[in-house]
Write a protein that binds this ligand. Structure first.
Ligand code: UGA
Length: 433
């Protein structure tokens, strides 16, 4: 099937490449020529496991192409996925400017029926707004459907190819049939395709992300109780998570959630509740608990080190989570900024996110970036772990002790073994243990 994907960012590119992988003929349109040559030459501008290989093999098979020509993109197919960004605006609402711009452009260029698919995360009833915009421009028949993405960064190719569920909100039998055809390669493998009305599909996306955020803030709230009472959140998380009704995922206590999705979607849902005059207290509290994790961690460091000014602190982990170079809304941004302001000398290490992070907090004065995690520890007064990269899980503790000035470790993700830290005589601080 011929499919147009508009947007070649993280969602657009993964969607386009994976749809080509299962046999569709895909034209991926982007607004600017930035990275266009790279994409055409099989170089993915984003770091995502398996994406480059899949992009290259589908370019070779001739199943995917890239363009900046919107007219060509609209002409190419009757099925158009909208995968442009919906970032938070000043108020915290989802900024839909790009979605509306694409809708206008499709309406202006179309000469036959089109099915527009919201893949980007958009608030409930955005489809009605798109319909209104398009109807004011064209009389030609079109439909708007919702097919939210559930891709988790670092793992998104795998998530797309092996979905827990494919959610589709449609208003007609015609649109339903189109989706059955698009996703036949998945349904034939047994992956569930859930149809609903369009508004429900729009809500499913927010309800899912907000639920994950609530789960994280909930376990972090319990972690505080553990810390005060001498209990250990590791045991508590495990004990709670073994109940199948609750599940053991997203119960890792620590510095809370960051990234470009959970914080943005909780904010947007808070605003939606406000718009419909519904009580948004649970969501507001979720966001508050999440923000407090970073502040608490910073204060714990300050308290333990007494005087931070002039001390050398090593940071391991800058990305908002492992296996990505993304630093959007990452706890590290707030924590490093605060430590910088407090006058500490900072040595930063991350396996993937150094480049992005140094654009935000450049290497100058008291800030130095390192290529090697041990090198970053030389003469350090404290090690602060912010991201749970696998390579931080079992480091050489004797080597670490030898390299550091003082054996202080602040583990914001509870990834080190508490007993081992005591054995090796580190001053070890973690969250809720
Ligand atoms: C999230 C959802 O998991 C995806 O299903 C969704 O499609 C995506 O948002 C999106 O809307 O595009 P993502 O933001 O990539 O995916 O990352 P997550 O794996 O959800 O992690 C979010 C944050 O929560 C990270 O900062 C992570 O460190 C933190 N986290 C996660 C915890 O603090 N504790 C946990 O137990 C799990």
């Amino acid at each position: 099937m011929k499919i147009t994907v508009i947007g070649a960012g993280y969602v657009g590119l993964v969607t386009a490449v994976c749809l080509a992988e299962v046999g569709h003929e895909v034209l991926c349109a982007k607004k600017t020529t930035r990275n266009l040559d790279k994409l055409r030459n099989g170089i993915s501008p984003i770091y995502e496991l398996g994406l480059t290989e899949m992009l290259q093999s589908n370019l070779k098979r001739g199943r995917i192409e890239f363009t900046t020509d919107m007219e060509k993109a609209v002409e190419f197919s009757d099925v158009i996925f909208i995968c442009v960004g919906t970032p938070s605006n000043q108020k915290g609402e989802a900024d839909l400017d790009q979605v509306f711009e694409v809708s206008r452009s499709v309406a202006e260029h179309m000469d036959r029926y089109k099915l527009l698919i919201e893949k980007s995360t958009v608030p409930v009833n955005t489809h009605q707004k798109i319909e209104k915009i398009m109807s004011s421009i064209t009389d030609i028949e079109f439909e708007v459907a919702s097919n939210p993405e559930f891709l988790s960064e670092g793992n998104s190719v795998h998530n797309f190819m092996h979905p827990h569920r494919i959610v589709v909100g449609v208003a007609s039998e015609r649109a339903r049939k189109i989706f059955q055809e698009i996703y036949e390669p998945f349904t034939s493998e047994g992956y569930p395709l859930l149809f609903s009305d369009v508004a429900s599909a729009e809500i499913i996306k927010y309800a899912s992300n907000a639920f994950l955020a609530i789960k994280i803030s909930y376990i972090n709230m319990i972690a505080d109780l553990c810390e005060k009472t001498g209990a250990n959140i590791d045991y508590v998380s495990r004990g709670v998570g073994l109940d199948h009704r609750i599940g053991d995922k997203f119960l890792d206590a620590g510095l809370g959630y960051g990234g470009s999705c959970l914080p943005k979607d909780v904010n947007a849902l808070i605003e939606t509740y406000q718009e419909y005059q519904l009580d948004n207290g649970l969501l507001v509290e979720t966001r508050k608990i999440n923000q407090q994790r970073r502040e608490k961690f910073y204060e714990d460091i300050m308290e333990a080190l007494e005087k931070v000014d002039g001390k050398t602190i090593t940071i391991w982990g800058l990305a908002f989570k492992p296996n990505t170079d993304d630093i959007r809304a990452a706890p590290a941004v707030d924590i490093v900024q605060k430590l910088k302001e407090s006058g500490a000398k900072l040595k930063l290490y991350d396996p993937q996110a150094k480049e992005n992070f140094s654009r935000k907090i450049p290497e100058e004065g008291n800030i130095t970036y390192y290529q090697d995690k041990y090198e970053a520890l030389e003469d350090s007064d404290a090690l602060v772990i912010i991201t749970d990269w696998k390579e931080f899980e079992e480091p050489d503790m004797d080597k670490i002790k030898e390299l550091m000035n003082s054996p202080n470790i602040f583990d914001g993700r509870n990834i080190l073994d508490k007993e081992l830290m005591a054995q090796k005589e580190f001053n070890y601080y973690s969250m809720g243990r």
